[in-house]
Design a protein around this ligand. Sequence first.
Ligand code: GCB
Length: 610
Amino acid sequence: MKKILPCILSVVAFIHLSAQSSFIQNIYARNYLSLDGRWHYIVDPFETGFRGFQGAKADEDEKLGGFFQNKQQQSKSELIEYNFLKAPTLNVPGDWNSQDKELVYYEGTVWYEHDFNFHPQPDKRYFLRFNAINYEAYISLNDKKLGIHAGGFTPFEFEVTKQLNDGNNFIVIKVNNTRKKENVPTDNFDWWNYGGIIRDVMLAEMPQAFIKDYKIQLAKKNLKTIEGFVQLNGVSFSQQIKINIPEAGLQTTVTSDANGKATFTIPVKKLEYWSPENPKRYKVSITTNTDSVTDEIGFRTIETKGADILLNGKSIFLRGVCLHDENPLIPGRPRNIDDCKLLLNWAKELNCNFVRLAHYPHNEEEAKLADSMGLLLWEEVPVYWTIDWTNDSTLRNAEHQITDLISRDKNRASVIVWSIGNETPSIPEREKFMEAMADSAHALDSTRLISAALLAHNEDSTTIEINDALGKKLDVVSFNEYYGWYMGGMPWEINKYNFKIDFDKPVIISEVGAGALGGFHADSATRFSEEYQESVYKNQIQLISKIKNLRGVTPWILVDFRSPKRMNPDYQNGWNRKGLISETGQKKKAFFVLKDFYEKKEKEFNVVKY
Ligand code: GCB
């Protein structure tokens, strides 16, 4: 074992630098075979299937040892102490914690195996795509190593044209969700550590030369110019690329350069702009000689000016709420887009125009849903609390995650904020890391706003101060504060506070809230009663209304969610109870307080209807 360890680590580092940020744009619009369904699994806390019984089978060459090699015994005399084909099965997509009661708290290795029959076409190329596996995945196809991916919420893929068999194929994956200090997120966080293949698995069929990536959006602060790029793959000579938006009467033809890339601008005369009130999307098609893809894209601008956030040039107030990627009505991670729809519909009922998708990238299809429903989004990477600040590979990992998130959702009108982290403490060793993250996010997308959920500090007995130097690097200053719950006394005492915010920028309160067990009623001094939570909301609305630059709020959180940190037996039992909606879907009193506030805010800001 000793001998192979350095080799495995170097593979992980290699994969971080190469495979992660490169995947096919808009995969759901492509021709693909879904590999979702029942997958065999073997729980392997000792990693026996990896290291072999006698120490090690090296990982250097194409052939992997251990469980990667065979599904079951190959000859009657072979000694083999596992059998994938007789192993039980799990649903993919789906975490293992919610599907096998022995795995509720499991953190370690689980092996997955899946057989599929396929007949590749000689003139096509094939890509095996994983939309998210939490956290680390070693992947093989037909006993050939494909690679390794670390990071639980972003997509990755491998070209498998050469590895596919005509007929039977099998995939073996070692998944490990052990929390580690150097990971992103680190080993301490307030949500369930769901392990496994949590999102769709697809085998995409592409032509030899295809459209790999594109961005088509309005230029920064410019309602009169659509701009973007198209990146081809498998093309070694210039090709014509046609971009067509028929309903708007817009089109252009450009030629790719030697690297298969073309940039373009299209002047706009008349266009219906996307907004929450009118989530207009246009059908956009991109065509080359060998390939074509269509998308539905909304066009809007987002920028800041002084204290204001301007959507299509008009000041907007972000009536938001936070969301985990968890639908309380089913166990575990959402399985399909309808699970997400339920959550976004609840946000609409609350009169929201904005949702913070905390604390990691959610499902790619959810942003499309938000596009169609007219909900603005804050998307985030899990740089949460105390990351391993001085570890270079941790920074590279975090940068890959923000790169992949931006790369995946850059065509979504709904997404207006990229968040580079949550409640990272303002300590010297963190500055370089977070500044690098802010610079990367700005460089990757200058058309959206960069923010992070900062921490508020209690300067004296009546001042809440926001002075985190990272604020200088952000377009919007956002911070979390739990006055009336974790600090500041009883709910009705918090009005003595005032804010001192060191930046003249728009402000979003990215978290505020209190816990309540749905259906538990008492007076407003009783913790975990709906009345206590309601009182926090009523008083917080007064408190935060003192902030001159306030342009949005996303209270914590729309629905109760599972967290192993929350074990009060009377009220929590493994649930964080700060939801405005209970785990059974019942709206708590505070829901209506916030809804009412949002109705007033909507009138006050009276966003122009297009
Ligand atoms: C926070 C965190 C969030 C927690 C929440 C809480 O500040 O950002 O992830 O779940 O507080 O409930 O304490």
